[in-house]
Design a protein around this ligand. Structure first.
Ligand SMILES: Nc1ncnc2c1ncn2[C@@H]1O[C@H](COP(=O)(O)OP(=O)(O)O)[C@@H](O)[C@H]1O
Ligand SMILES: [Mg+2]
Length: 341
């Protein structure tokens, strides 16, 4: 059974100018121990998708569809069961570790109390485990770290502390929302290695949100590409790189930075990203798509599953060869995509 299954999840948020649709039918699944990357431009709905799992979406949001955790719909759980899910089954780590820690508590308090709450351990047991966890996430001076307040530690150290706390409860599912974006490249790879080891040793599944397609490709079994509140393509990293089937994925690949000039933001694709609530029928990507035809503005593509992959493009079949081959950003032309390094 899948650890997580999202089935046609929609999220609408009331605003002064009427309801705004932020998720327009997200469906995905994660097997035990699997890592699924969720990739897309800022504002495409990646964080909002994660928030539907722990039910931490903005107040007033209307969510429909099913979010199955080990087969049980978390959207219909009562308060006690939801608390249990948050404490035991699912953990979320975010881009900013400082937000997760109480600034007036030392790391030792944060970790030891967390462990005691989650597992009912004695203070001595919890302290021993906290120290062990810190060592496992690569902290060399455990004494100093335990005695520190959050402001005394670097972002990389703090994120390790947060990860130590996150993996302490050996969750079935880790929701990682750009966990390494604020870290330097070396720390970033160390943190990813820690998460990867946790995944292999405990069969933890991971939904990994990032704007970095290369990073997602390096650590994930499959990648879901999001655009304007929906998934436009799901495939393995190998499939995506060798033969992307959605024009948006092709442009993401063409505009990715080189290894030597690693971008901190997603490279620019011509045209403005479209918010989910701005889509008015037709394909959400049509306005920016070099391959769009009149029917793309009119007819809404469905996410079509085919041999383990899925693509949401009316022209996927006829464009397959062209999207797989050409490094060019536009049909028949030289690459025109800008790269912002
Ligand atoms: N609290 C909120 N209230 C209203 N709109 C929001 C809120 N949080 C995010 N949004 C909007 O929802 C959309 C998706 O946001 P988000 O999931 O954070 O994107 P991503 O994580 O992919 O960058 C964006 O258009 C964003 O402006
Ligand atoms: Mg986000």
């Amino acid at each position: 059974m899948n650890v997580l299954e999202l089935d046609d999840v929609r999220l609408d948020l009331p605003s002064r100018r009427g309801d705004r649709s932020l998720l327009r039918g997200v469906s995905l699944s994660l097997a035990p121990g699997e890592a699924l990357g969720l990739v897309g431009e800022s504002g495409s709905g990646k964080s909002m998708t994660l928030r539907t799992v722990l039910r931490t979406e903005p107040a007033g949001a209307r969510v429909t569809g099913r979010v199955l955790l080990d087969g049980e719909d978390v959207r219909t759980l009562g308060a006690a069961a939801l608390r249990r899910v948050r404490a035991e089954a699912v953990t979320m780590i975010s881009q900013n570790p400082r937000a997760a820690l109480n600034p007036v508590l030392r790391v030792s308090r944060y970790l030891v109390e967390g462990l005691r709450d989650a597992r009912g351990e004695s203070a001595e047991e919890a302290t021993r485990r906290a120290r062990d966890l810190l060592a496992r996430v690569g902290i060399t001076d455990v004494d100093r770290c335990m005695a520190s307040y959050p402001h005394q530690l670097s972002g990389g150290m703090l994120q390790r502390v947060v990860i130590a706390a996150a993996v302490a409860s050996t969750p079935r599912l880790l929701l990682a929302d750009e966990p390494t974006t604020a870290l330097d490249v070396t720390t970033q790879s160390e943190v990813m290695a820690i998460l990867d080891r946790q995944r292999r040793e405990h069969g933890m599944a991971m939904l990994f949100v990032t704007h970095d397609l290369e990073l997602a490709s390096a650590v994930c079994d499959r990648i879901a590409v999001m655009y304007a509140g929906e998934i436009v393509e799901i495939a393995t990293p190998e499939q995506l790189h060798a033969a992307p089937r959605h024009p948006y994925t092709r442009l993401l690949l063409d505009s990715r930075p080189s290894i030597t000039a690693r971008a901190v933001e997603l490279p620019v694709i011509p045209g403005r990203p479209v918010a989910a609530y701005e889509v008015e029928g037709g394909c959400a990507f049509a306005a920016r798509c070099p391959w769009a035809e009149p029917r793309c503005e009119r007819d809404e593509p469905a996410l079509v599953h085919d041999a383990g992959r899925a693509t949401r493009c009316l022209r996927a079949g006829e464009l397959a060869a062209e999207l797989a081959g050409a490094p060019a950003g536009t049909p028949g032309g030289e690459g025109e995509t800008e790269v912002r390094a």
